[in-house]
Design a protein around this ligand. Structure first.
Ligand SMILES: Nc1ncnc2c1ncn2[C@@H]1O[C@H](COP(=O)(O)OP(=O)(O)OP(=O)(O)O)[C@@H](O)[C@H]1O
Length: 396
């Protein structure tokens, strides 16, 4: 409310000149108005502060989110993975630029699904860690690869882990192993894959059964499946992807003997010189990595499928590659039935056998540029595979 104050007090403040008029002047000070302005000022600056803080928080949150989504961020995720307690996998975007989204599993979930990584769940022990069968949802079985850290050569393991997860998050194809998720907990990294009930091609060919479970037709199906997976990497990925570690132990077979390429720890992009002159890649620097390396490795697998021999035999003396052993013998195709895997002898059309052997020999030529493209390989194998197995051969 307006106040009355003596002019003697008011004048110095208000600058009102003294007049000889009546001794008391009514001066109305809009103190109320001033108060309101002050309150409004305080309120708006507080609001501004809150808005700025909110914006800063949002920016920080987005920045952290982006970093967690990159693979360098996986290392930093271990604690949050460790501390959360939900039993459901947390869906975590890996790379917003690409299509890949993969779940991050809690370590505890993998631990309980593998009975605390017990020996009874071990599928295979490798140099980099162990592979376990696991049951995560009480029903279906999955495979957990546990990579142990903390020792010598860990940077290599870590690089391979990141490369593997990175590629498999982006690549989805029926002939490439499916990545179901991953986990990072302290020094331990785990990768969760679909279960491949029939193990690796190497164990089928060279394990206790010695290839007895693989008929000629199944072998052709496996060859076509691998070629399809490779064709996808070389021809349908942009930029093309080179696997660089293709071998029978990295070809996995599911319950129906569908073959899938696994182990992308060494995979890399292929950038051809003509297309990207100003962006040299690893390939351009070392000059060795080409899609033709994968074609060579495919040829070796084809020879293993035909002859039942290991890619490298390790007798007591010198290790011998199946290529140096077989290629001279294959110069005379009449020789072929004699060196064929005994498990498939006499079970196929000889013309088909000669054709597959010819493709294998082309793939393992020493000069990479003479080797065929995987697409050409695939199209020469499809007519040899029965229709019901995914080929174009009609059996009357
Ligand atoms: N998803 C899977 N389902 C079933 N068995 C698998 C699966 N992945 C791998 N295996 C089996 O475990 C073996 C080892 O696979 P792993 O990928 O761990 O090899 P590794 O230790 O990386 O060795 P290398 O790098 O020399 O291939 C395979 O050869 C296969 O028999």
């Amino acid at each position: 409310t307006p106040q009355e104050i003596p002019i003697s007090e008011a004048s110095p403040r208000l600058g009102v000149a003294q007049s000889p008029g009546p001794p008391i002047v009514k001066v109305v000070i809009r103190q109320d108005l001033n108060k309101k302005i002050l309150i409004a000022l305080i309120a708006s600056s507080t609001l501004l502060c809150i808005t700025v803080m909110l914006l800063l928080y949002l920016l920080l949150w987005r920045y952290r989110g982006m970093h967690n989504n990159s693979f360098n961020g996986i290392k930093g995720k271990s604690d949050s993975v460790k501390s959360s307690v939900s039993t459901k996998p947390v869906v975590h975007k890996v790379d917003s630029v690409t299509r890949g989204t993969i779940p991050v599993y809690e370590y505890q979930l993998l631990e309980s699904g593998t009975n605390k990584f017990s020996d009874g769940n071990v599928l295979s022990r490798g140099g980099r860690g162990c592979l376990y069968s696991a049951c995560l949802d009480g029903k279906s079985s999955v495979t957990v690869k546990k990579l142990d850290g903390g020792g010598v050569g860990d940077t290599d393991i870590e690089k391979q882990f990141e490369n593997e997860v990175d590629w498999l998050a982006k690549i989805k194809h029926q002939n490439i192993i499916s990545l179901l998720g991953f986990s990072v907990y302290r020094q331990t990294r785990c990768i969760v894959y679909e279960m491949m009930q029939n193990g690796s091609l190497e164990s089928q060919l060279h394990g206790p059964s010695q290839g007895a479970g693989l008929t000629w037709q199944l072998r052709m199906k496996i060859a076509v499946d691998i070629a399809r997976g490779l064709e996808y990497l070389h021809e349908h990925c942009h930029p093309p992807v080179v696997h660089r570690d293709l071998k029978s132990s990295n070809i996995l077979l599911d319950s129906d003997f569908n073959a899938k390429i696994s182990d992308f720890g060494y995979a890399t992009v292929l950038i051809t010189q003509n297309k990207n002159l100003n962006r040299p890649s690893e390939y351009l620097l070392d000059g060795k990595v080409t899609d033709k390396n994968d074609v060579y490795s495919f040829g070796v697998i084809l020879l293993e499928l035909l002859l039942g021999k290991r890619s490298v035999e390790k007798p007591s003396t010198e290790p011998e590659s199946v290529v140096t052993w077989a290629v001279p013998k294959l110069s005379d195709r009449a020789n072929l039935p004699n060196i064929l895997d005994p498990a498939i002898k006499g079970s196929m059309d000889l013309k088909h056998l000669y054709q597959v052997a010819a493709v294998a020999v082309l793939c393992v030529q020493p000069e990479p540029s003479y080797r065929p493209l995987i697409t050409d390989v695939l199209h020469s194998l499809i007519p040899l595979l029965p229709l019901e197995l995914g080929g174009s051969l009609r059996i009357l």
